[in-house]
Ligand binder design. Structure first.
Ligand code: PHE
Length: 533
């Protein structure tokens, strides 16, 4: 009893000092946690108490960019009383974490202005849209009071559309049907091969029995007497649902041939949901992804952020940094601070006037911006729920739409927002180079082929984002030719009093987790430097 009490007391004190993550790791070390848990790099926020008795105080820090990395830098340094100020070119926090609603206006680099005419309560996440359970983004949501709900990244009743597949005759197929057929035929083949002795060099008699038992379960195949045949099962779905009294239901048929199933290519879609960062459960903030930057803005203090401020330069000067920017009247302004954190995309930072050396410019130009785009299509009727019984989910296609997303919230309500495309690379550029109306027309034409006329007739409004054509970003994210090279290493080091932060300086590029963790790293480095000075 006494031992138990003191053990609990010890765990409680660890928990108070280090947060739940440290507590859980400690439990693991004591043999109390049932399963080892991968932890983010341990992080301890700076605290004003760190300065007690040292005579040191919070320094002044200028931050370029009010995206997740910039906001987090200000938020975390603010916990210890640093005097942070953020400059951002946009008129809102969040950067690429951007949610479009009715009234959202944006003019792109081609001069095309869109005004979203979505109805009240409807929104589209133009940038990030889904959060895995392992990301510190969820910890920030908890800390900041951002409510979460499930994001449906996998749904057995969503479709796969391989319009180019003759085997599917241009018809969409449900994920559950595709899985039943692919797992079924693969199981049949492997069971036959095993039974016929083709794998005898690799398997003992017991192994073979166990493998066949697994395949019968996994593929819903027949027994040995029937040649382990896959002949379909209710896993495919029904054309008539089972019902009352004598209605047994009619299993969806006919079952395509093994050759047609292989030719359809649907099996190549399955790996998507095996991905470490794409596997269910996934989450989204209730009401829009921008709940995260809005909460960070509140926590940092609105008065610490200057919007419509385009950074033009950053230089090391004796005792600190000098930053210049253009204000909303086009006037160039200058300000000094102890440190600067550049939290813009690298391709934007590369254009700053600076005295950090040519190798910094070269390094900033090394990562390659990636094109990605989305279109939000608001519908007057949730036909995917009413007609198709599909409640959320991702529909991959072999068209230039790439992926379509169906809403993960507002089920059974009147209207709903479909992401008509979320595409990258050449598919994204094909839409990026079109005017907004032409993008919508093309996306709807493609969608009609998959979902029929309702895809056009029930449409209420649309809004599209092409990240390569969006001012202040000019890319959705970046790809490094090499993250072990000197350029990546250079930008992960302070250049005098100038630091760089962003998802592009992480190994979770294209996730907010990368921005949060990069900001934490820079915050830790600045704080250690100040404490050691
Ligand atoms: N995070 C983005 C998304 O989920 C981009 C991305 C896609 C990143 C796939 C990694 C893997 O769509």
């Amino acid at each position: 009893m006494a031992a138990e009490t003191s053990r609990r007391g010890f765990l409680r004190s660890v928990g108070v000092a280090g947060g739940a993550g440290v507590l859980y790791s400690t439990m693991g070390a004591m043999g109390l946690a049932p399963v080892p848990v991968a932890e983010a790099v341990p992080y301890r926020a700076p605290s004003s108490s760190d300065f007690h008795l040292t005579g040191r105080g919070g320094k002044k820090v200028l931050i370029l960019g009010a995206g997740i990395a910039g906001l987090t830098t200000a938020y975390e340094l603010g916990k210890a009383g640093y005097d942070c100020r953020i400059l951002d070119a946009k008129d809102r926090p969040g950067g690429r974490n951007w949610t479009a609603r009715g009234g959202t206006v944006e003019t792109d680099l081609d001069g095309a202005t869109q005004r979203a005419r979505f109805s009240s309560g409807q929104y589209m996440n133009c940038g990030p849209g889904r959060l895995p359970q392992s990301h510190v983004t969820l910890d920030y949501c908890r800390e900041l009071g951002v409510a979460l709900e499930a994001f449906v990244n996998a749904n057995a009743d969503a479709y796969i559309y391989h319009g180019n597949s003759a085997a599917l005759a241009g018809k969409p197929m449900r994920w559950r049907t595709a899985k039943a057929d692919v797992y079924g035929y693969i199981s049949e083949l492997l069971a036959k091969a095993t039974d016929q002795g083709a794998l005898d060099a690799a398997l003992t008699k017991d192994d073979k029995d166990r493998l066949i038992a697994f395949l019968q379960s996994f593929g819903a195949i027949k027994g040995k007497a029937e040649g382990f045949a896959y002949t379909g099962s209710s896993r495919r779905g029904y054309s008539v649902e089972p019902g009352a009294a004598h209605e047994k239901g009619t299993v969806l048929g006919p079952v395509p041939s093994m050759s047609d199933v292989l030719a359809s290519g649907v099996g190549q879609r399955f790996a998507f949901e095996f991905g470490y960062d794409q596997a269910m459960m996934m989450f989204q903030p209730v009401g829009g992804m921008d709940a995260i930057p809005k909460a960070l803005e509140r926590a940092v203090g609105r008065d610490r952020i200057t919007y419509n401020a385009w950074a033009t330069g950053v230089s090391n000067v004796p005792g600190g940094v000098e930053v210049s920017w253009k204000d909303n009247r086009g006037r160039e302004r200058f300000e000094r601070a102890d440190f600067c954190v550049v939290a813009t995309p690298p391709q934007i930072a590369a254009r700053l006037r600076h005295n950090l050396g040519d190798n910094v410019t070269t390094a900033l130009k090394t990562p390659v911006p990636v094109s990605a785009g989305k279109i939000g299509l608001e519908y007057k009727r949730r036909w995917w729920e009413l007609d198709d019984h599909m409640y959320g989910g991702v529909v991959p296609t072999d068209t230039d739409l790439a992926n379509m997303w169906f809403p993960s919230a507002g089920y059974q309500s009147a209207r709903g927002m479909v992401i008509g495309y979320y595409n990258t690379g050449s598919n994204s550029e094909a839409y990026a180079k079109l005017a907004p109306d032409a993008r919508a027309a093309r996306a709807v034409d493609r969608g009609v082929k998959i979902f029929g006329d309702r895809y056009r007739s029930e449409l209420a409004a649309s809004f599209s984002v092409a990240w390569t054509r969006t001012a202040g970003f000019e890319g959705a994210w970046v790809g490094w030719p090499n993250q072990d090279g000197p350029e990546y290493a250079l930008l992960n080091q302070p250049q005098g009093a100038v630091y760089f932060a962003g998802d592009w300086l992480s190994h979770t590029i294209a996730w907010q987790h990368g921005a949060f963790t990069s900001a934490r790293k820079v915050v830790t480095e600045i704080h250690q430097r100040v404490m050691a000075a």
